[in-house]
Design a protein around this ligand. Structure first.
Ligand code: ATR
Length: 295
């Protein structure tokens, strides 16, 4: 999606994937900094590790306790920090010893570069729920399955958005309980319960990894909660496009959406941080659909 977006905006940038063992994460971030990369995205298991490896944390990363986006900034001669894109392209030395006739460095080459950690995941779930399911979280009753990394962040974000009540279900109950305690402390006005609701809810969100593998069962225990008690179901999983949960939800008449919108919006926000330009959402969505679903 990023390469399609760069092409659409005529940017001579590239987005590349690197597989980095966690033991080498610090060296990889330092290497990207030394090579003056514009930025990085990180995924599991690096999002938590990177908290201690960047030079400074944006409010978003502090708040959600995870880094999925890094932006490299250079210190200007004036002393302030600027995106590296605002420093000129260093003129290259040609083989014959002359300088490459590129434009002269605008702000000079930074003599210090810092890595700033952001989190664009939390905002993306809210945007995706609004866009794909027309769900407004303020005042809503929400059932959330999963209290791992993604589940905990979603639970805190839902509370911050002012949901009325939040029901947390997780295979390992203690993790849901820990998230509930955290929410009660930070957002005392949100009613948080560990376990399935007895009443109807506006939306159910799956943040477990159950459904990723072919043949995985639905993460919902239908003996404890019926799909007839929920209007809309969101599955953070985007591949496969339709999990057992979404299939059952559709059959029960719920409005459904998979995690593609979340993937799109966390990427679009990162794109805007790196480039300073508005992300071309349609182009990015199209590129994602083509690469993931092949159509
Ligand atoms: P992520 O960063 O994607 O959230 P994670 O932190 O490993 O990854 O969390 C995975 C989530 O899926 C957890 O809620 C996990 O439940 P546990 O906390 O009990 O491990 C849930 N999960 C994974 N496999 C599961 C399974 N077979 N049945 C139910 N829940 C499962």
């Amino acid at each position: 999606m990023h390469n399609a977006a760069f092409a659409a905006l005529g940017l001579n940038w590239r987005y590349l994937a690197f597989e980095v063992p966690p033991d080498h994460l610090r060296a990889a971030i330092a290497g990207a900094k030394a090579m003056q990369f514009a930025g990085l995205n990180l995924t599991v298991p690096h999002k938590l590790l990177a908290l201690d490896m960047v030079d400074t944390l944006d409010e978003s990363a502090k708040k959600w306790g995870a880094v999925n986006t890094i932006h490299f900034e250079g210190r200007h001669a004036r002393g302030d920090w600027l995106p590296l894109r605002e420093f000129g392209v260093p003129s290259r030395q040609l083989r014959d010893g002359t300088k490459h006739p590129t434009q002269p460095p605008e702000g000079g080459t930074p003599n210090e570069i810092r890595a700033v950690g952001f989190n664009t995941d939390a905002g993306a779930i809210v945007t995706a729920l609004r866009e794909d399911l027309k769900v407004e979280l303020r005042g809503a009753k929400v059932l959330l399955l999963g209290a791992g990394g993604a589940g905990r962040t979603a639970a805190l974000k839902f509370a911050a958005e002012g949901v009325n009540s939040l029901f947390l279900v997780n295979r390992t109950r203690s993790k849901a309980e820990a998230a509930a305690v955290e929410i009660s402390k930070q957002f005392p006005s949100v009613g948080v319960t560990v376990g399935y609701p007895k009443t109807e809810v506006e939306v159910m969100v799956n943040a477990t990894s159950l459904g990723l593998k072919p043949g995985d069962p639905s993460p919902l225990d239908e003996k404890q909660f019926s799909l007839r008690q929920v209007r809309a179901v969101y599955d953070m999983i985007y591949n496969p496009a339709e999990t057992a949960l979404l299939k059952a939800a559709k059959a029960a008449g719920c409005k459904t959406a998979n995690g593609l919108g979340m993937l799109l919006h966390q990427g679009a926000k990162a794109f805007e941080i790196w480039t300073g330009k508005t992300a071309p959402l349609k182009v990015m969505r199209r590129a994602l659909e083509q690469s993931i679903y092949g159509h």
